[in-house]
Write a protein that binds this ligand. Structure first.
Ligand code: NAI
Length: 704
């Protein structure tokens, strides 16, 4: 049993408390129990019904995603949604006041249940997140959310919450009218009792005055013409953000548009059909898988090290106040970790501090941070040109120039300055962490901690272990990555680690395609048409061609000639057309970005590359590299590759990840396609690696 009913002084209480679980979810069994419970209640003459959770920081986390994942037929999807809708309707139709008491997360079905209640009271608990994130999983809310939310909060706010899939905290909920009251968590039962007395005196009282728009807002909210503008603008911004790859937010707009004036029964019928239609799509199935993976990696632990306690990290040191060092110091301070920022001179430190401040300035501009908070956080970063303060640090992260000699020197120095417990990490993007460890005093405390640029935005961290890294160092670093709000993958020290090794193969292949007579814009467009966030040449211009070629050489030395920089890169590099940082690269970066004719002129003319071939080549090269990574056990499974590519490069989540995409092609077809390319180029780069051939001969896929 996961729902319990109790009655005292004519007040009924339904409590959710799923056994053996930290959260409550609305699965079929729970809904059925609730349905019957509500049938028994409707004839009662209660003063009020309270709906609450016994879990700490959780109201109801949502519907059961496993059940949704298993939906393969339209009718099954529709019935599942209708089962939820029926329960919500029964709550809404109870003849006495209903109060949802929310002291934690109320997402999806949990939010929809709260919406069916007449009142919602919340607490100041900072863990509260309430909203409808369904579109992120590729479907629309299916338990009445599209019907109730816009009616309660107004069209614009309701649409925004559903389409953005962004839950809000309790103060935002109070501000927009989703919460009728905010109370402290302590003493909540007494406050709820008082609240019930208050509403018992006037059962239909609306505590929160319904949103009454004025002026332009009234036009936009209430007038069909104005609403037309709202729908049009929403669709425009969805298309801009999703490039048409994600049907669910558009469907949500369509459902709301069709149902806003319809009676409940009819509106819910449209909602359940839309839910079912989307829930069975491969896109939704992929997004659900990505959700599971991301949950798994956010909570990643080190197998076999369950008994090792992570050391607390409150003070950090960062060496190198450049693009990355400044970003890392900002992240530290934002997460309450003191940051001692070292560089070779004061000017460099000033630049690092400014880089950190710029991130906060953006947050302030978007009203995500207040000036006094930023002042307090910036005060957690201090600069130094020597190693003073390092003895206190729990961790030091090296982010100096990508040069092994410099890094080794820094490692030797820093390891002398640190205490005997502190961890020494490198943010290197391609160099051997093992070699750096050898230059340090205690290699067991050395680890790679590879952030992606920009640090505050990119969710991934590669944690790179060497043969010397101790379990204690790994466990502590892993916990620290989570404390910084990042998703970690654990990678063995090997050239290019995980993400850059795969990504550079792709960029290099794009270079070859261009050299064969392709066009810069067309190849970039082929990649974005596939769903990549940016094309390979746009990406190269962002990173800098010098950096890319340098890493390609490192990979070539470590992994073989398949990483030899493509001829076009070798031709462009001496021209100092490095990309954004030099104003010109594959594109000219002025007010408007245009293709650089100087580069395009270097390409043999008369060639043309078909989109299908270009995409195949760029994807196959990545899939083959990823399979070699698995073969070499650089990471422990296909999901590490997929999470790395999605969170580190923006590989399109709707495709499920690189290797899930490979599975969707079919291993036989993949091998066939690769062998054809190999027969044409004969340089081994498309030769399917043993791992892929084994999958084929065993009739297996990357994922079971
Ligand atoms: P950067 O050139 O912006 O900054 C390097 C900083 O290190 C400079 O301020 C320099 O003065 C300082 N420095 C040099 N020698 C030093 C020493 N002995 N002691 C203290 N400071 C010293 O470089 P960036 O881009 O921040 O890269 C730093 C590291 O992060 C490199 O290993 C790079 O591969 C890695 N990385 C870079 C990414 C990027 O996109 N820029 C992404 C991920 C990793």
């Amino acid at each position: 049993m996961s729902v319990f009913y109790k009655e005292e002084n004519n007040v009924g209480t339904i409590t959710f408390d799923q056994p053996d679980s930290k959260v409550n979810v609305l699965n079929s069994a729970t809904l059925l129990t609730l349905d019957k419970m509500l049938d028994g209640l409707k004839a009662k003459n209660l003063k009020a019904l309270v709906i609450q959770s016994a879990k700490k920081d959780i109201f109801i986390a949502g519907a059961d995603i496993k059940e949704i994942e298993n939906i393969v037929e339209l009718q099954d999807g529709k019935s599942k949604a209708q089962a939820g809708q029926r329960v919500m309707d029964k709550i809404e139709d109870l003849p006495f006041p209903t109060v949802a008491v929310i002291d934690g997360v109320a997402l999806g079905g949990g939010c929809e249940l709260a919406l069916a209640c007449r009142y919602r009271v919340m607490t100041f608990n900072t863990k509260i997140r309430i909203g409808l994130p369904e579109v992120n999983l590729g479907f629309v809310p299916g338990f009445g959310g599209t019907y109730r939310l816009p009616r309660l909060l107004g069209l614009q706010q309701g649409l925004k919450m559903i389409v953005s899939a962004s839950p809000i905290n309790s103060s935002a909920a109070f501000k927009c009218g989703l919460a009728d009251r905010l109370y402290p968590s302590v003493g909540l039962p007494d406050r709820v009792k008082e609240f019930i007395e208050e509403i018992a005196a006037e059962p239909n009282k609306r505590i929160f005055k319904p949103y009454t728009p004025k002026g332009v807002q009234a036009f936009l909210e209430k007038n069909p013409l104005g609403q037309g503008v709202v729908y049009k603008e929403t669709i425009k911004s969805i298309q801009k953000a999703t490039k048409g790859f994600y049907p669910s937010p558009l469907k949500a707009v369509e459902v709301i548009r069709k149902t806003l004036y319809l009676p409940r029964e009819h509106a819910l019928d449209i909602e359940s059909s839309a839910f079912a239609e989307l829930a069975i799509t491969p896109i939704s199935k992929n997004l659900v898988k990505v959700f599971y993976m991301s949950e798994k990696y956010k909570k990643l632990t080190v197998p076999g090290a369950e008994n090792i306690k992570p050391m607390p990290i409150t003070k950090g040191a960062v060496i190198g106040a450049g693009i990355m060092g400044g970003g890392i110091a900002q992240l530290f301070s934002d997460r309450g970790v003191w940051a001692r920022l070292k560089d070779i001179n004061q000017d460099a430190i000033a630049k690092g501090l400014k880089a950190a401040y710029d991130v906060y300035a953006q947050a302030m501009k978007r009203k995500k941070a207040r000036p006094y908070e930023v002042a307090a956080k910036m005060a957690m970063i201090s600069g130094t040109v020597d190693y003073s303060g390092f003895a206190d640090a729990d961790i030091a992260i090296e982010a100096v120039v990508e040069n092994m000699d410099v890094k080794k020197k820094v490692f030797a120095e820093v390891s002398q300055a640190l205490s005997s417990k502190a961890i020494l990490a490198s943010n290197t993007s391609s160099l051997s962490v093992t070699e750096m460890a050898r230059a340090s005093k205690d290699p067991s405390r050395v680890i790679g901690f590879h952030f992606f640029n920009p640090v505050h935005r990119m969710p991934l961290i590669e944690i790179i272990t060497t043969e010397f890294t101790s379990q204690q160092t790994l466990v502590t670093t892993l916990e620290f990555a989570k404390k910084l709000g990042k998703t970690p993958v654990i990678v063995k020290d090997a050239p290019g680690f995980l993400v850059n090794r795969i990504l550079l193969g792709y960029i290099n292949e794009a270079g070859r395609l261009l050299g064969e007579g392709g066009s810069i814009t067309a190849i970039d467009r082929f990649a974005t048409n596939f769903g990549m966030p940016m094309g390979p040449f746009t990406l190269s211009d962002e990173v800098g061609l010098d950096v890319g070629v340098k890493v390609l050489h490192i990979l070539e030395a470590g992994l073989g000639p398949r990483f030899k920089p493509s001829k076009i890169f070798d031709d462009v590099l001496p021209l100092k057309l490095l990309g954004k940082k030099s104003g010109k690269g594959f594109y000219i970066h002025g007010k408007e970005r245009v293709v650089n004719p100087q580069v395009q002129a270097l390409v043999q003319s008369g060639g043309s590359i078909k989109e299908e071939e270009a995409v195949q080549r760029m994807m196959y090269i990545m899939i083959n590299e990823a399979a070699m990574i698995l073969q070499e056990k650089v990471v422990d499974g296909a999901d590490a590759v997929d999470i790395g590519m999605i969170f580190g490069t923006g590989f399109p989540p709707f495709r499920g990840g690189l290797l899930r995409y490979a599975d969707s092609l079919g291993i036989d077809k993949l091998v066939d396609g690769m062998e054809k390319l190999e027969a044409r180029f004969k340089d081994g780069r498309f030769k399917p690696c043993t791992y892929i051939l084994d999958l084929k001969s065993n009739g297996k896929k990357f994922f079971i």
